[in-house]
Design a protein around this ligand. Structure first.
Ligand code: UDP
Length: 467
């Protein structure tokens, strides 16, 4: 039974995970709220008939959220994010009712539902956590929690090294989650750690070769087993890549035709995931940077009004630039040979999708664990360059001038350094593909997990068998 957090960044990899299990003969049930079912079905595609859905009611109105607010994307203002998180805790009785009724062999629930470990334990069901992030970020955040290097600094911009984390990773307090929510955030982190201790382990959408040092370190640090089964998005073939998450705001044929007309590695793809947003002045700076860089581009803007666009921008960039107003078929775009770089907020799914497609990144982290992911990309894997943002913000990204963007774009697109980065990115993409192929590391890790669950089921003398 899969129980994802209701945000696109969790629903999309959960849909892929459902497919990965299902292709190995495992029966899958996904528990979610009604408005999130279409997203999951669209992403799972034709195999969705073999996957069962069970719906529970999201207590939007009770929690003080607008009716129909069942996904992080529809939270009307950043101040309501904690309210949304609180609302998810009210799902516990409904989940327990389903666990009692269906008694699955295993519950894979989002790490944001720490209480799900208690629920699963009540019915003697093993629980796995899905953080939705890579293991480097999991280790970095755990080292900060344990060793607190961010306290006793004279200013928010002082650099400190994350203690005990391999790689000499330097951060500033500005790159960490905002102070105002700190107490609540620390509470949530603590609850997650406790629920992890009470679980069978974690399932990670990453592959061992990508984060090897941190994969080994995590098991030592946390004393929990981690199964690396990704990149999960690689279960999608060309025909599935345009149908992930929401309905794309652009015709698949049109965008493919546009990209087909471009030379290899000449288009910059700019997208900041499903939640991050920017002020109008920042959007104008992005427009300026894209225009002045002279590069071809596809820019995803999550709004429908155009008044903020610099005068004449669309006319001047006609033919070389395309704006997608709303939702882009990201996986389709990233896997097209025309795309030479990805300007990303470093959400883990976007990061891993770029790694899998062999696309170099320009990192523009905004919130959540994205600053860690940015460090992984630029300093450890060396497949990207930073745009230079310094401050973690809740949803609305830190500002960057058009000139800085233009400079970073040229650096990632042209010249010797760009070529070296591109070669590294291609090698990693090959490794990603090998990991999910038969007998690859992720394939074997999934086999190991399934066998582990089967042996637990046998021990519990449960007659149901999964593979
Ligand atoms: N995505 C997409 N089209 C868009 C924006 C996002 O297909 O226009 C997908 C993207 O491919 C990824 C997910 O939505 O799978 C976003 O997850 P990520 O972890 O990158 O960021 P989040 O939205 O959670 O901040």
């Amino acid at each position: 039974m899969l129980f994802p957090f209701p945000g696109h960044g969790h629903l999309i990899p959960t849909a892929d995970m459902a497919r990965a299990f299902s292709e190995r003969g495992v029966r899958i049930t996904i528990v979610t709220t009604p408005l999130n079912v279409p997203t999951l079905r669209r992403t799972i595609g034709k195999s969705s008939h073999s996957i069962e859905f069970l719906t529970i009611k999201f207590p939007s109105a009770e929690a003080g959220l607008p009716e129909g607010c069942e996904n992080t994307e529809s939270i009307p203002s950043p101040s309501l994010i904690p309210v949304f998180f609180m609302a998810t805790t009210k799902l516990q009785p409904q989940l327990e009712h389903l666990l009692l009724q269906h008694h699955p062999h295993c519950l894979i629930a989002s790490a944001f539902f720490p209480w799900a470990s208690h629920s699963a334990a009540k019915f003697n069901i093993p629980r796995l956590l899905f953080h939705g992030t890579g293991v480097f970020a999991m280790c970095a955040s755990e080292c900060l929690r344990l060793y607190q290097p961010q306290t006793n600094l004279s200013s928010d911009s002082d650099l400190f090294v994350i203690p005990h984390l391999p790689g000499n990773i330097q951060m500033t307090r500005m790159m960490l989650p905002e102070n105002d929510g700190e107490a609540k955030f620390a509470e949530l982190l603590k609850a997650i750690k406790e629920s992890e201790d009470a679980s069978l382990g974690v399932i990670v959408n990453s592959f061992y070769e990508l984060e090897q040092v941190y994969a080994d370190y995590y098991e030592k640090l946390r004393g929990r087993k981690a199964w690396f089964v990704g990149p999960l998005s690689l279960c999608n073939q060309q025909q599935d890549r345009g149908k992930r998450g929401k309905e794309a705001s652009v015709d698949e044929g049109d965008i493919l035709k546009w990209m087909d007309s471009k030379k290899a590695n000449t288009v910059v793809y700019v997208c900041f995931g499903s939640i991050a947003n920017f002020s109008e002045s920042q959007l104008r700076e992005i427009a300026k940077g894209l225009e002045d860089s002279g590069q071809d581009f596809i820019w995803v803007v999550r709004r429908s009004d155009k008044e903020w666009l610099p005068e004449g921008f669309e006319r001047r960039t006609e033919g070389r630039g395309m704006i997608i107003w709303g939702w882009a078929p990201q996986l389709l775009i990233l896997n097209h040979r025309a795309v030479g770089a990805f300007v990303t907020h470093c959400g883990w799914n976007s990061t891993l999708e770029a790694v899998s497609a062999g696309v170099p990144m320009m990192t523009w982290p905004v919130s959540a664990e994205q600053f860690y992911n940015g460090k992984l990309v630029t300093e450890i894997l060396e497949i990207g360059v930073p745009v230079g943002v310094k401050k973690w913000t809740r949803i609305v990204g830190d500002s960057v001038g058009g000139e800085a963007l233009e400079k970073a774009l040229k650096r990632i697109m042209v010249g010797e350094e760009a070529e070296t980065i591109r070669n590294r990115a291609h090698k990693l993409s090959e490794m990603a593909r090998t990991a999910v192929e038969r007998n690859g590391s992720s394939y074997c890790s999934l086999t190991d997990l399934i066998q582990r669950l089967q042996s637990i089921a046998r021990l519990q003398n449960c007659p149901k068998s999964s593979e």
